[in-house]
Design a protein around this ligand. Structure first.
Ligand code: GLU
Length: 285
């Protein structure tokens, strides 16, 4: 099967060093497999979106020669597909409406008391959230860096919200529906998302679709040990220093370029990295 991978940034801010590393890892893995590499903008949460971030991200990727093979998709334009998936889950008995407010959940120690799940009432008036019961999922999954992983969707955790009461679609739903629709069969992303993978696998199973292969690489942290993110104050990557940024991103992925390529033109570094790409090194990154 032809390799199809993607980089799926949320436009909550400009591309920073951590997201450059994520883009580069997925690009390198796709290129090293002669695959197709896509970019999907995960703009499903308008409250978290930064104005202009989508274009800034695409421009910054282009400045680092990370150019998608197909036109980028925007999740903000995909609500029809998300609704269709919710209908499918509902018909399969794998979805229920939950009108509980935050303050109601608080009276139950912040947890969902489950009455909505036991007696789903689809005739009640909106607003309600839509939840996906996760208990039916068990087993193991395999990660190309982490190895075999248990699917542990703990019983004490609440069922997953797939559409919020305010009407927004959840990341879990959108990422799975779009990875299916785009034919993504290789997901390369940071280890901060590894814990969410069992939920995604459960959704693939409920939608009767084959899941992709996964590779979760170690994420870049700041001096405080926090994952680099806009929230943790990571600054925008400076396209003017693209060659240096690529050398540093390759080093973060345990593929430090040889001295004569360190800081060399981006294309030369990328060419070297594609031919030397070895995900086993990520275990030591
Ligand atoms: N949009 C997610 C993020 O920026 C990544 C989604 C994914 O790669 O599955 O954290």
């Amino acid at each position: 099967m032809a390799y199809r991978g993607r980089f799926a940034p949320s436009p909550t801010g400009p591309l920073h060093f951590g997201s450059l590393v994520a883009a580069l890892a997925s690009w390198l893995d796709a290129r090293a497999h002669d695959g197709t590499w896509l970019v999907r903008i995960e703009d499903i949460d308008p409250l978290r979106e930064a104005p202009g971030a989508t274009q800034r991200i695409l421009d910054a990727l282009a400045a680092h020669r990370l150019i998608p093979d197909e036109a980028p998709w925007l999740q903000s334009q995909r609500s029809g597909a998300y609704n269709a998936a919710l209908t499918r889950l509902r018909e399969a008995g794998r979805l229920y409406p939950c009108p509980c407010s935050r303050s109601e959940l608080k009276t139950h120690g912040g947890q969902h008391p489950r009455h909505c799940r036991e007696q789903p009432d689809w005739r009640q008036p909106e607003p309600f959230a839509l939840r996906f019961p996760v208990e039916a999922c068990n087993g193991h999954w395999y990660d190309r860096v982490l190895g075999e992983q248990p699917i542990r969707l703990e019983r004490e955790k609440d069922d997953v919200v797939l559409r919020r009461k305010e009407g927004f679609y959840a990341y879990h739903l959108a990422v799975v529906v779009d990875d299916i629709a785009q034919g993504i069969n290789q997901v390369v992303r940071g280890q901060d998302l590894a814990d969410l993978t069992p939920t995604h696998l459960c959704l693939y199973e409920a939608l009767e679709e084959a899941p992709p292969a996964y590779l979760h690489f170690p994420v870049v942290c700041n001096e405080k040990g926090q994952k680099l993110s806009k929230q943790a104050g990571a600054s925008a990557i400076d396209a003017a220093t693209a060659p240096r940024n690529i050398s540093q991103a390759l080093t973060a992925l345990a593929h430090r370029p040889p001295p004569d390529l360190n800081g060399a033109p981006v294309d030369n570094q990328l060419e070297w990295a594609v031919s030397h790409w070895n995900p086993e090194r990520l275990q030591r990154a």
